[in-house]
Write a protein that binds this ligand. Structure first.
Ligand code: CA2
Length: 145
């Protein structure tokens, strides 16, 4: 059984740590990859990480995960609220996935309250800051035999 998790960060998350610290904190994307990798290793998993600002690149990475990953941790960024395509990719590969949001989307604008992934995610972690990635990976790992 493959013991690898794909970590996916969507559009604009490469800007973490450079702007809007009051919303997203001061950690960078590299910090998130490191903390997710550490939590995954404690649970017996490797991590492969991708961040892209392009929806199709994310879709291809999710499709490729079928070959060698046991689950996916994803912060889809703004695509959360817009993308049927991303939902179809995630359900299409039949891997369990965790949806993560750094901020509390329910305390923000109403358009952030709806997620196209909420009913198909195995795990959801919202509003725990970047530590939410570690929570997500632990909860997801616990679901993988
Ligand atoms: O809270 C989250 O993790 C979000 O997924 C982040 C998305 C937002 O569209 C979702 O509603 C909630 C935005 C990611 C953009 O991140 C930035 C980070 C620093 C500076 C600018 C954008």
């Amino acid at each position: 059984m493959t013991r690898r998790i794909l970590l996916v960060n969507g559009p604009n998350l490469n800007l973490l740590g450079t702007r809007e610290p009051e919303v997203y904190g001061t950690a960078t994307l590299d910090d998130i990859v490191a903390l997710t990798t550490g939590a995954a290793q404690e649970a017996g998993f490797e991590v492969r990480s991708i961040q892209s600002n392009h929806e199709g690149v994310l879709i291809d990475a999710i499709h490729d995960a079928r070959a060698d990953c046991a689950g996916i941790v994803i912060n889809p960024g703004g695509l959360t609220h817009t993308s049927v395509v991303l939902r179809d990719a995630l359900t299409g590969v039949s891997l369990p996935f965790a949806e993560v949001h750094i901020s509390d989307v329910y305390a923000r604008e109403e358009f952030r309250h709806h997620s196209y992934l909420h009913d198909v995610a195995a795990v959801r972690v919202v509003g725990e800051g970047v530590e939410g990635y570690a929570t997500a990976v632990r909860q997801l790992a616990a679901l993988i035999p």
